[in-house]
Design a binder for this molecule. Structure first.
Ligand SMILES: [Cu+2]
Length: 154
Protein backbone atom coordinates (compact mmCIF):
# COMPACT_ATOMS: atom_id res chain seq x y z
CA UNK A 1 0.00 0.00 0.00
CA UNK A 2 2.81 2.38 0.93
CA UNK A 3 4.47 1.57 -2.35
CA UNK A 4 1.27 2.42 -4.21
CA UNK A 5 0.97 5.77 -2.40
CA UNK A 6 4.55 6.58 -3.27
CA UNK A 7 3.85 5.77 -6.90
CA UNK A 8 0.84 8.11 -6.85
CA UNK A 9 2.90 10.85 -5.23
CA UNK A 10 5.58 10.38 -7.86
CA UNK A 11 3.02 10.66 -10.65
CA UNK A 12 1.58 13.85 -9.11
CA UNK A 13 5.02 15.45 -8.88
CA UNK A 14 5.68 14.41 -12.43
CA UNK A 15 2.51 15.98 -13.76
CA UNK A 16 3.13 19.23 -11.92
CA UNK A 17 6.74 19.48 -12.98
CA UNK A 18 6.19 21.27 -16.29
CA UNK A 19 7.00 24.77 -15.14
CA UNK A 20 7.37 26.70 -18.34
CA UNK A 21 6.42 26.34 -21.95
CA UNK A 22 7.24 28.37 -25.04
CA UNK A 23 5.51 27.25 -28.19
CA UNK A 24 6.17 23.55 -28.04
CA UNK A 25 9.23 23.50 -25.79
CA UNK A 26 8.75 22.44 -22.18
CA UNK A 27 11.22 22.80 -19.32
CA UNK A 28 10.81 20.29 -16.52
CA UNK A 29 12.37 19.95 -13.10
CA UNK A 30 14.77 22.87 -13.11
CA UNK A 31 17.17 22.85 -10.17
CA UNK A 32 20.56 24.03 -9.07
CA UNK A 33 22.83 22.35 -6.55
CA UNK A 34 23.57 24.35 -3.42
CA UNK A 35 27.30 25.17 -3.46
CA UNK A 36 29.72 26.27 -0.72
CA UNK A 37 29.73 30.09 -0.32
CA UNK A 38 33.28 30.28 -1.73
CA UNK A 39 32.64 28.16 -4.85
CA UNK A 40 33.47 30.13 -8.01
CA UNK A 41 30.51 28.88 -10.07
CA UNK A 42 27.15 27.13 -9.93
CA UNK A 43 25.22 24.99 -12.41
CA UNK A 44 21.58 24.74 -13.43
CA UNK A 45 19.92 21.51 -14.57
CA UNK A 46 16.57 20.69 -16.19
CA UNK A 47 14.96 18.48 -18.81
CA UNK A 48 13.89 19.96 -22.14
CA UNK A 49 11.00 18.39 -24.00
CA UNK A 50 10.13 19.15 -27.58
CA UNK A 51 6.88 17.36 -28.43
CA UNK A 52 6.49 19.46 -31.59
CA UNK A 53 7.39 18.54 -35.14
CA UNK A 54 10.18 21.11 -35.54
CA UNK A 55 13.68 20.64 -34.21
CA UNK A 56 15.03 23.51 -32.15
CA UNK A 57 18.29 24.39 -30.45
CA UNK A 58 19.21 25.87 -27.09
CA UNK A 59 21.62 28.65 -27.96
CA UNK A 60 22.06 30.60 -24.76
CA UNK A 61 21.07 31.28 -21.17
CA UNK A 62 21.20 34.10 -18.67
CA UNK A 63 20.41 34.64 -15.01
CA UNK A 64 20.42 37.83 -12.94
CA UNK A 65 22.40 36.08 -10.18
CA UNK A 66 25.49 35.70 -12.36
CA UNK A 67 27.37 37.98 -14.74
CA UNK A 68 27.89 35.12 -17.19
CA UNK A 69 26.06 31.93 -18.13
CA UNK A 70 27.48 29.33 -20.50
CA UNK A 71 26.16 26.08 -21.97
CA UNK A 72 28.52 23.32 -20.87
CA UNK A 73 28.99 19.62 -21.43
CA UNK A 74 31.18 17.04 -19.78
CA UNK A 75 33.44 15.07 -22.06
CA UNK A 76 36.24 12.56 -21.75
CA UNK A 77 39.38 14.21 -23.03
CA UNK A 78 42.37 11.88 -22.99
CA UNK A 79 40.72 9.76 -20.29
CA UNK A 80 40.02 12.77 -18.07
CA UNK A 81 36.52 14.12 -17.47
CA UNK A 82 36.42 17.79 -18.34
CA UNK A 83 33.71 20.31 -18.86
CA UNK A 84 33.72 22.69 -21.75
CA UNK A 85 31.48 25.17 -23.46
CA UNK A 86 29.27 23.69 -26.18
CA UNK A 87 29.96 25.35 -29.51
CA UNK A 88 26.91 26.15 -31.60
CA UNK A 89 24.27 25.33 -28.98
CA UNK A 90 22.55 22.12 -27.98
CA UNK A 91 20.16 20.50 -30.49
CA UNK A 92 16.67 19.58 -29.33
CA UNK A 93 15.22 17.13 -31.86
CA UNK A 94 11.55 17.16 -32.84
CA UNK A 95 9.66 14.81 -30.56
CA UNK A 96 12.72 14.44 -28.35
CA UNK A 97 14.05 15.39 -24.97
CA UNK A 98 17.45 16.44 -23.66
CA UNK A 99 18.47 16.10 -20.02
CA UNK A 100 20.74 18.60 -18.37
CA UNK A 101 22.18 16.86 -15.34
CA UNK A 102 25.34 16.50 -13.23
CA UNK A 103 28.03 14.88 -15.38
CA UNK A 104 26.32 15.96 -18.61
CA UNK A 105 24.93 19.10 -20.15
CA UNK A 106 24.44 22.00 -17.75
CA UNK A 107 24.12 25.76 -17.69
CA UNK A 108 27.23 27.07 -15.95
CA UNK A 109 26.70 30.22 -13.94
CA UNK A 110 29.92 32.20 -13.66
CA UNK A 111 30.94 35.37 -11.85
CA UNK A 112 28.38 35.23 -9.08
CA UNK A 113 28.41 38.09 -6.55
CA UNK A 114 27.31 35.47 -4.01
CA UNK A 115 26.34 31.81 -4.01
CA UNK A 116 22.64 31.01 -3.66
CA UNK A 117 21.65 28.98 -0.61
CA UNK A 118 19.53 25.84 -0.38
CA UNK A 119 15.87 26.86 -0.35
CA UNK A 120 16.37 29.99 -2.46
CA UNK A 121 15.42 30.21 -6.11
CA UNK A 122 16.38 32.36 -9.05
CA UNK A 123 15.05 33.08 -12.56
CA UNK A 124 16.86 31.54 -15.52
CA UNK A 125 16.19 32.59 -19.11
CA UNK A 126 16.82 29.99 -21.80
CA UNK A 127 17.19 31.20 -25.36
CA UNK A 128 16.10 28.92 -28.20
CA UNK A 129 16.85 29.40 -31.87
CA UNK A 130 13.19 29.08 -32.93
CA UNK A 131 11.06 29.19 -29.79
CA UNK A 132 12.74 32.36 -28.46
CA UNK A 133 13.18 33.01 -24.78
CA UNK A 134 11.73 30.95 -21.99
CA UNK A 135 12.04 31.86 -18.31
CA UNK A 136 11.96 29.36 -15.47
CA UNK A 137 12.35 29.65 -11.70
CA UNK A 138 15.20 27.44 -10.53
CA UNK A 139 15.09 26.17 -6.94
CA UNK A 140 18.41 25.65 -5.16
CA UNK A 141 18.47 22.13 -3.75
CA UNK A 142 20.95 19.95 -1.93
CA UNK A 143 20.20 16.92 -4.10
CA UNK A 144 18.76 16.18 -7.54
CA UNK A 145 14.96 16.00 -7.67
CA UNK A 146 15.05 13.41 -10.45
CA UNK A 147 14.40 10.40 -8.18
CA UNK A 148 10.84 11.65 -7.64
CA UNK A 149 9.98 11.10 -11.26
CA UNK A 150 12.73 9.45 -13.25
CA UNK A 151 11.22 10.85 -16.44
CA UNK A 152 9.52 7.57 -17.20
CA UNK A 153 6.61 7.72 -19.53
CA UNK A 154 7.38 11.11 -21.05
CU1 LIG B 1 30.35 23.71 -16.41
Amino acid sequence: MLKFQRALLGAALCLSSVVAQAQDIQVEQPWSRAMPPTAPAAAAYFVLHNPGSLADRLIGASAPISARAELHEHAHVGGVMQMREVAGGIPLPAGGQVSFQPGGYHVMLLELPRQMKEGEQFPLTLRFEKAGELRVEVPVLRMAPAAQCGHQGH
